[in-house]
Write a protein that binds this ligand. Structure first.
Ligand code: EPZ
Length: 418
């Protein structure tokens, strides 16, 4: 297993480019199941999770060809079966996204229940309730969920809670349903809107994506399309925090600042400088930041996917901070590892009380989930001494060659493959 060795204390300086968004690429790849024609996607990042979903699509019979660096062409004209097996789904919950498209196009789907993960049980009840309302017969059998429907029909669905992949799953299913589907309390994340943009290019009739109310008029079939995935707002935010923590000066190019307003506002509140253009964000400071309070919230609120990274920053802020995680039940796995680096953090339920310390100390630490591992890398960049982050496969699920990007900014970081 790979490890990252980080020698802290170097202010990061220079320019880096945001990659395509993992959480937009995953549903976009799955959307290929909705047509027998070819889908061509640009700016697909080379990530562990992308490899996993490609493996699942290949298992289902989708032909996948990687073009140049970040272009993929997919064609689902030879689907052999409609079952997503446990060994593929267990590694990544987003695999459940194939449920809606398979049920919509083939009338049946059998997908292993994803099971929980490090950050919480993460059920899919909201996905299933919505598909049932569209006429699917849902049954659970041996750890698998089966959805059967001769043809899904449009329905009015109010989600009982905001779910990003639930919204995406049902939106994809509704594109081929008979009639109009209206989703209320839909997720508003930019990745939902990006998926809708691709689906509309494929001939779908979707309005309101990116707002809490989405309407989808079902059509008989969808055709091929070409689409560029939006930039990754969480990768962008992670590099913004890296600049703030090390007292550096970093510009992230090819990003969409409008997708990071809550993060930018919070960073400015800590005393960090942030300057934006249409497609870039520059972050700089002297490394001294003030504590602030954070409450995660669905988009456009403060992203839960940025909570761990911000905690690393606040652990070396002047003063105290209160971080409340409202989206997931157990997204503080990074706390114990930060404590080993000298942070002063107390967790009570889903709230973390962070008292800033002048400096963290490098230490051997272990990644437990994707964003927790990013938080440990950030802490290592600012700490005195050397930090070794093990189980880096968690990080590779969502960051493409992060050490190369950080090296280009002057960081003392290298990957050791054991
Ligand atoms: C998406 O996960 C993202 N993943 C997550 O990013 C992100 O943290 C999350 O949305 C919240 O923004 C992808 O888009 C592939 P949810 P998702 O359904 O869709 C509960 C990362 O780091 N819930 O919005 O799985 C659920 O348990 C990953 O890139 C139900 O109870 O999240 C959670 O507490 C991590 N029943 C909350 O809702 C359901 O049927 C939000 O979950 C569905 C969800």
């Amino acid at each position: 297993m790979d490890r990252l060795i980080i020698r802290g204390g170097v202010p990061l300086r220079g320019k880096v480019e945001a990659g395509g968004a993992k959480n937009a690429a995953l549903p976009a790849l799955v959307a290929s199941l909705l047509t027998e024609e070819s889908i061509r996607l640009h700016r697909v990042p080379q990530l562990g999770d992308v490899k996993t979903i490609i493996g699942l699509l290949d298992h289902l019979g989708v032909s996948v060809e990687r073009g140049d660096r970040d272009t993929l062409s997919l064609r689902a004209d030879g689907i052999g079966q409609c079952e997503a097996p446990y060994h593929l789904v267990k590694t990544m919950r987003a695999s459940v996204l194939v449920l809606g498209p398979l049920a919509a196009r083939f009338g049946r789907a059998r997908v292993s229940l994803p099971g929980g993960c490090a950050i919480g049980p993460r059920p899919i009840n909201l996905h299933l309730a919505a598909l049932e309302k569209m006429g699917a017969t849902i049954s659970l059998d041996g750890g698998y969920v089966e959805a059967k429907a001769p043809r899904l029909r449009g329905a009015r669905i109010t989600f009982d809670g905001q779910t990003v992949t639930g919204t995406e799953n049902v939106m994809m299913a509704a594109t081929l349903a008979d009639g109009v589907t209206v989703l209320e309390n839909a997720a508003c994340e930019p990745e939902v809107a990006d998926l809708a943009a691709l689906l509309n290019r494929m001939g779908a009739r979707i309005e309101g994506a990116g707002t809490p109310t989405i309407s989808i008029e079902g059509v008989q079939h969808l055709h091929g399309a070409e689409h560029e995935v939006i930039p990754d707002r969480v990768e962008t935010g992670t590099f913004m925090v890296a600049a703030a923590m090390t007292g550096g000066d970093v510009t992230i190019n090819r990003c969409l600042p409008g997708h990071l307003e809550a993060i930018t506002e919070k960073l400015r509140e800590t005393g960090v400088f942030v300057e934006e253009t249409d497609s870039s964000i520059r972050v700089w400071g002297d490394g001294q930041v003030q504590g602030v309070n954070i409450r995660t919230h669905p988009y456009p609120g403060f992203a839960t996917d940025m909570q761990a990274q911000f905690m690393a920053l606040l652990s070396i802020a002047q003063g105290s901070s209160v971080i409340t995680e409202t989206v997931f039940e157990n997204r503080f796995m990074h706390v114990n590892e930060l404590l080993r680096m000298g942070a002063d953090i107390k967790v009570i339920g889903t709230t973390a009380f962070v008292h800033g310390v002048p400096m963290l100390s490098g230490a051997p630490v272990m990644a437990t989930d994707l964003r927790a591992s990013a938080s440990l890398v950030l802490a290592g960049l600012a700490a005195k001494g050397t930090t070794t982050v093990s189980r880096v496969y968690h990080l590779d699920r969502g960051y493409e060659s992060i050490e190369r990007k950080l090296q280009s900014l002057g960081a003392g970081i290298e990957r050791v493959t054991e």
